[in-house]
Design a binder for this molecule. Structure first.
Ligand SMILES: CC(C)(COP(=O)(O)OP(=O)(O)OC[C@H]1O[C@@H](n2cnc3c(N)ncnc32)[C@H](O)[C@@H]1OP(=O)(O)O)[C@@H](O)C(=O)NCCC(=O)NCCS
Length: 366
């Protein structure tokens, strides 16, 4: 318990504050919470028990606070993992700069909750366990986690021309329009089923179009020319886009160049095959809503997209209105995107998130 007391010591926390992106009233609130917990041996051992469950047995915690715990208790559970995380970074030879860039989200989400009238708390505990377990790294503009890919497509690239082709997975179901079953919260009866067959040196399947919809006309690829780059279940670098700065395309491209080198240097045992992203930012409708030169549209064009079952407009609401509950009547119309989104909704046009893939050696040149 002495170690934990040292980790939560005010002088130590002040030292870590810049790395955790904490200052002012948020740092003061964290110091108060730490002092309260350190003064109560029962709470202190609860912090250690929750840290152990979260990071060493991977047991989800329902985040019910122990009796008498301060509202920032979940933040202290994460901080209790900091010594082990720093040790992990040292063992892997990962710099403190990457640690600080990665942990920037910690202070950001504390401030976010506070600015949304929730007081000093940490609603994004589960998300931040990725950062504190050494699974997620921020490398420049983008964050990455190595995971098994779930993007529903097989990605091939022509050795001769560099052309990318995505084929629908065997058994995937699509509406007549080509969108995956259950997209837009609408279940259709008259779906068609895709097949993917490899026969010697050829593969025959249903290609995915630029916006991710499946084409009902099959194509055959010659495998002497087309190389398989990704299939579902392959290890991929899953991308996340932190808030807080514009989605500058050059900064994104720099992150995409940096990530494979980072993983092969620090995690040589991992062999990712592609980048993957699932986000509202890849929603094909954004191309109809925003100017072609906008950051979001240019970012989306880096990807080969795939439609996935059950996708809808939920994440658009969260991200465009910053997690504030609004209705079409009350939603603010103060940015171009907010106006375009609300206009599209009132016109009854479809909106859904999308999955996308990028080859590990980078997107095709612009
Ligand atoms: C990703 C992000 C940085 C893009 O912002 P950007 O670089 O300004 O994007 P664009 O230049 O394409 O923006 C075009 C227009 O849409 C607006 N816009 C962009 N993202 C917006 C958002 N999340 N909410 C409201 N308006 C937004 C911009 O302000 C701009 O309108 P304006 O000209 O009236 O100011 C921003 O959306 C963001 O911070 N999102 C939160 C993080 C996120 O969504 N991550 C992905 C989770 S899956």
């Amino acid at each position: 318990m002495q170690d934990l007391r040292e980790t939560l010591d005010p002088a130590k926390l002040r030292l870590y504050a810049p790395m955790l992106n904490l200052s002012g009233i948020h740092l003061d609130a964290l110091l108060d919470a730490a002092a309260q917990v350190c003064a109560d041996p029962a709470l202190l051992s609860q912090v250690e028990a929750h840290r152990f469950a979260t990071f060493e047995t991977d047991t989800p915690w329902d985040r019910t606070l122990p009796a008498g715990a301060p509202s920032l208790y979940p933040a202290l559970v994460l901080l209790a993992q900091l010594p082990a995380l720093r040790q992990f970074y040292r063992e892997r030879g990962i710099s403190d700069d990457v640690l600080a860039d990665t942990l920037h989200d910690f202070g950001l989400w504390i401030a976010h909750a506070y600015n949304h009238g929730q007081g000093h708390t940490l609603g994004e505990f589960n998300w931040l366990t990725h950062h504190f377990s050494g699974k997620l790294f921020r490398l420049g503009r983008l964050q990455f986690v190595a995971v098994k890919g779930h993007t529903p497509a097989w990605m091939y690239r022509s050795r001769q021309t560099g052309r990318l082709v995505l084929l629908a997975p065997e058994g995937a179901q699509y509406k007549p329009s080509g969108w995956a079953q259950d997209t837009f919260r609408v279940h259709e009866e008259n779906v068609w089923t895709a097949h993917l067959r490899q026969d010697g040196c050829q593969v025959t399947g249903y290609p995915l179009l630029h916006d991710g919809r499946a084409d009902s006309q099959p194509v055959t690829l010659d495998l002497e020319d087309y190389q398989l780059l990704y299939q579902p279940g392959d290890l991929v670098l899953d991308m996340h886009i932190p808030t807080g700065m514009p989605l500058d395309l050059e900064a994104c491209r720099a992150s995409l160049r940096r990530a494979p080198a980072f993983y092969s240097h620090h995690f040589p045992e991992l062999h990712p095959t592609a980048f993957q992203c699932e986000s509202w930012l890849l929603g094909p409708c954004l191309e109809e809503m925003l100017p072609p030169e906008s950051n979001i549209v240019r970012f989306g064009r880096l990807f080969a997209r795939a439609t996935a079952p059950g996708r809808n407009d939920g994440q658009f609401w969260e991200r465009i209105f910053d997690f504030t509950p609004v209705t079409p009547e009350t939603a603010p119309r103060d940015t171009y995107l907010r106006r375009a989104f609300l206009d599209r909704l009132s016109a009854g046009l479809p909106i859904c998130t999308s999955c996308g893939l990028i080859p590990l050696d980078g997107p095709s040149p612009a």
